[in-house]
Ligand binder design. Sequence first.
Ligand SMILES: Cc1cc2nc3c(=O)[nH]c(=O)nc-3n(C[C@H](O)[C@H](O)[C@H](O)COP(=O)(O)OP(=O)(O)OC[C@H]3O[C@@H](n4cnc5c(N)ncnc54)[C@H](O)[C@@H]3O)c2cc1C
Length: 418
Amino acid sequence: MTSSSSPDLLIVGAGMAGLTLAAALADQPVSIVVIDPHLPAGPEQWPATFDPRVSALTQASENMLRRLGAWDAMAAQRVAPFAHMDVWDGDGTGNIQFHASEAGAEHLGHIVENRITTHALYQRVAAASNVEIRCLGLEKILDNEQGGWRVVLSDGSEVEPTLLIGADGARSRVRDQLGFRCRTWAYGQSAIVTTVKTDKPHGDTARQVFLESGPLAFLPLREHSRQSQSTLCSIVWSLNDDQLKPVMALSDEAFCERLGNVFEHRLGKVLATDQRFAFPLVQNHAVDYIQSGVALIGDAAHTIHPLAGQGINLGLLDAAVLAEEIQRALEHELPLDDFSILRRYQRRRKPHNLLLMSTMEAFKRLFGVDIPPLRVARNLGMSFFNRHTLIKGQIMARAMGMEGDLPALAQPGLVADF
Ligand SMILES: Cc1cc2nc3c(=O)[nH]c(=O)nc-3n(C[C@H](O)[C@H](O)[C@H](O)COP(=O)(O)OP(=O)(O)OC[C@H]3O[C@@H](n4cnc5c(N)ncnc54)[C@H](O)[C@@H]3O)c2cc1C
C-alpha cells in the first residue's frame, strides 16, 4: 500500500488492542495506518528475564489470536497454560477451586507476557498488504472543517482518516483531546508486579488470595511452552498507597520473606525475585466509546482492576467486534464513518464491559471490608459456590470469556495445541 494521508482507518496505538484490530482487518479492502512512537521490540531486544507485565488470556482471546495467525508465534516463544484456579480469603476459611476438567476443557487460560502477544500481532500486521505502520506519536486532533478529523503526528505530517481509532491505552490522548467523558475512580492503590521463584512447583495453577488491602495473585509461568513442573510465577500484589513505599524499599531477601508469609507459603518459600515494578490502579470507563468518526477500544475506553485478570481480554473483544462491524459495513457498501457502525459496536461492547467492571468492583469492596458478619458471609458464600457445580460452571464460562455476544473470531471451534 502507498503512504496515504487519508486512509480509511487511523489506529492510534500499537498495543494489543490496536494491533488486534489491524490484524482482524489485514488484507481486506480497507486502508489502515497504525501509529505508535514505541513499536513492539522483538525477541532479540528482550532482556533474558520475563516481561513483568503478563496477562491471563482467556479461551476466547486464544481463539482470536489463533484465528489471526499470532498464536503459533506466541507458543513458539512461551505461553503457560493453567488448568486450575485456587482462590481463597486470606482472612477466613472461604475458598473456591476451579478445574478445567469440570468445564470439559484442557485449560482455563494461559499466562502470557504482554511483549510476546504484542510482537506476534505486530509481525502479522507488518506482513499485511493494506496496513502501514509508522513509528510516530499523535500530537493533536483538529476539525478538518468537512465534518471529519485532521490528525497531526509527531513529525508534523497530517492524516485525515475516515475513521479514527483511539487504542492508545489508559492515558489516551485521543480520548482526552476529543473530550470523551469518563467515570474514573482511583483505588488509592498500586500493584507490584514481578517474577518470583518458589520452593514448590505451581502445578499449572493460578492462585489468588484476597487480603484486606486487595488481592495477591501468583500466576504460573514456564521457561518455554512445553515445560511442566515450573517454579516460576508472575505476581500481582495490590497494596494501599501507604503500604507501597515500604514494600518497594525492602531488600530482595526481605521482600521474598514478606511475600511468602502473606501468601501463607502455599508454594513453600519464595526463593528469589526479579526487579519489582509498581502500577497505580485506576478504574476508568468512558461514558461513550464513540463520537462522529471516532471509536475508542481497549484501555482507552476502560481500565479495570487487575483482580479480574480481564483488562486485555475485554480490549481484544472490543477490537474483534469493531472489526466485525467494519466488515459488515464493507459488505453493505456503507461508508466507514456511517454512525450506525459505531453505534452497533458500542451497543455490543459497553454493557458487557460494564457488567464485568461492576462485578469486579463489588468483589473488591466485599473483600476490602473487615466487618465480622460480612467476613463470615463471604467465607460461607465462597464455600457454597465451591460445592455447586452449576454455579461454578457459569463462573468458569465467564472467566474463560466464553459467554455473551462473542464475535466470530472468539467463538470456539479450533483445536488447541496446549
Ligand atoms: C498490574 C497489572 C496487571 C494486569 N493483569 C492483566 C491480566 O492478567 N489480564 C488482562 O487481561 N489484563 C491485565 N492487565 C490489563 C492489561 O495490561 C491492559 O488492559 C492492556 O495492556 C491494554 O492494552 P491496550 O492495547 O488497550 O493499551 P496499551 O497496552 O496501553 O497500549 C497502548 C499503546 O498506545 C501507544 N500510545 C500511547 N500514546 C500514544 C500517542 N499519543 N500516539 C501514538 N501511540 C500512543 C503506546 O505506546 C502503547 O503501545 C493488567 C494491568 C496491570 C496494570
